[in-house]
Ligand binder design. Structure first.
Ligand SMILES: N[C@@H](CCC(=O)N[C@@H](CS)C(=O)NCC(=O)O)C(=O)O
Length: 277
């Protein structure tokens, strides 16, 4: 049961730590501008992909709750992340983190040849990673928010159970891929490279080690294989370069942990039991 009082802390507006250095190194104009917010896990997954795939970008930090006009131009619901494609006149845009990830894969295919998925000649290996990614979006992420927003003890206990079950579901899919494909994609496998599923899950697994531990006393699953995986993922250079210091996440998620009214469109959807925006 959370015993931390609501101290009224607000979300941060600027990256800290290593993420700040990365943002500063990407402050010059480029063909792609990434509209982002330092606390946002949907932004982080896209940011990790930029870093890993080696695609040039400029970071532009915005407050998505203030809905500035330039954000609404690239993302109709005013959600981050959004991309502004500066090499069109007038500029064009792509939003939705999963669509942006596919877009970046396509850009990388012709430009940098880096990829988060096995080659197109290995459709089954690709499908196995996409199954993991699908589980992350439809099960792991909603379970994370239900857990962090749960206020009474019973709901928090249930929230922890469901979140652990979602992690176990992901582990099963990793094990299946290990058995059924030779592909080297995915950090679950020793010597594996970053996969689409790792990028999709990483930001919430990371927040489970700081936000959920702090506000819910979450016990990160002990299994040695899972711990090794988590360690690899959170220390993977492209991932680490997008991480701010822990205080930023603790402060920014206080409003979720106390389920303050109108915290965000995601929080509202969780409270209403509807699909995430
Ligand atoms: N489905 C969107 C979700 C993005 C999202 O919810 N972003 C949050 C920040 S973490 C946001 O912009 N919230 C603003 C709001 O709730 O109005 C995606 O995958 O890109």
């Amino acid at each position: 049961m959370s015993t931390k009082a609501d101290s009224g802390r607000s979300y941060h507006l600027q990256c800290t730590g290593v993420a700040k250095e990365t943002a500063e190194a990407h402050s010059a104009p480029k063909d792609i501008t990434l509209f982002g917010s330092c606390f946002c896990p949907f932004v982080q997954r896209v940011w990790v992909a930029f870093e890993y795939l080696g695609i040039d970008y400029k970071v532009y930090e915005v407050d998505p709750y203030k809905k500035p006009a330039d954000l609404l131009e690239v993302s109709p619901k005013g959600l981050v992340p959004g991309l502004r494609l500066e090499n069109y006149n007038p500029p064009r845009a792509v939003n939705e983190s999963t669509v942006i990830l596919e877009f970046l894969e396509d850009v990388a295919a012709s430009k940098t040849k880096q990829s988060l998925l096995p080659p197109i000649t290995e459709p089954y290996a690709r499908a196995l990673i996409r199954l993991q990614a699908d589980h992350v979006d439809r099960t792991l992420i909603p379970a994370f928010y239900r857990y962090v927003q749960a206020q009474d003890e019973e709901k928090q206990i249930q929230g922890a159970r469901d979140f652990v079950e979602a992690i176990n579901g992901l582990i099963k899919l990793f094990q299946r891929a290990e058995k059924e494909s030779e592909s080297n994609f995915g950090l679950w496998r020793e010597g594996g490279t970053l996969s689409l599923a790792d990028v999709m899950a990483g930001p919430w697994l990371f927040r489970s080690t700081n936000v959920l531990v702090h506000y819910r006393g979450f016990a990160v699953p002990e299994g040695p294989q899972f711990r090794t995986y988590l360690d690899r993922l959170l220390n993977y250079p492209a991932f680490k370069r997008t991480c701010s210091t822990e205080d930023l996440y603790i402060d920014s998620y206080e409003r979720y942990a106390h389920n303050r009214p109108n915290t965000s469109q995601v929080a509202n959807a969780i409270n209403a039991g509807t699909a995430l925006p």
